[in-house]
Design a protein around this ligand. Structure first.
Ligand code: NI
Length: 190
């Protein structure tokens, strides 16, 4: 297994729509294992393939840190999600703070539908369907956005986004450190 460096804002891979995964392979299985190791090392609850520089529709997640006693219903814990599609979303919207391993030190309140239904392939390439709410729904929507080239800050209004401008510039220039390995646009272009 390997800990992979996490791509930071504003690498173009983070704003590119990722391609569907077309087949299972030993290479894919290795990538999934490496992504879990990378996510746990960074103490993240989700990691999408574009965040390690691979533009494919795959993410891993483990929302267990958000579990409270009445939510231990089996849906939290490690999950591999391939080629996901949201087939239904609630009209109810909730707001909660989010962060992203690709945007160290940035945390913002983001509004999202509270409940969603998702179809996807699991790590065995078997079709699955899930209806989830609260933090699980939030993590899935955040990670699925990554596959469409959308960052959580893209959900902010222009005023909030403007306040982040200098922080974002520092991240892009590789001036922000994290407790996990980063691959900044500055470090790859030189
Ligand atoms: Ni993220």
């Amino acid at each position: 297994m390997a800990i992979l460096p996490i791509v930071t804002y504003d690498d173009p891979v983070l704003t590119t729509k990722a391609e569907p995964v077309t087949e299972n392979s030993e290479e894919l299985q290795q990538l999934i294992r490496d992504m879990f190791e990378t996510m746990y090392n960074a103490e993240g609850v989700g990691l999408a393939a574009p965040q390690i520089g691979r533009s494919i529709r795959l993410f891993v997640m483990d929302a267990d840190p958000f579990t409270d006693d009445d939510e231990k219903q089996g849906n939290y814990g490690p999950k591999t999600i391939i080629n996901p599609e949201i087939t239904w979303q609630s009209n109810d919207i909730t707001e909660h703070e989010e962060g992203c391993l690709s945007l160290p030190e940035v945390r913002e309140n983001i509004k999202r539908p509270e409940k969603i239904t998702l179809t996807f392939l699991d790590e065995n390439f078997e079709e699955n369907k899930l209806t989830v709410d609260r933090m699980l729904a939030r993590v899935i929507q955040h990670e699925l956005d990554h596959l469409d080239g959308i960052l959580f800050i893209d959900h902010l209004g222009s005023f909030r986004k403007r306040l982040l401008k200098s922080k974002l510039r520092q991240i892009a220039e590789g001036k922000i450190q994290a407790s996990y390995p980063l691959r900044t646009p500055a470090s790859t272009s030189s």
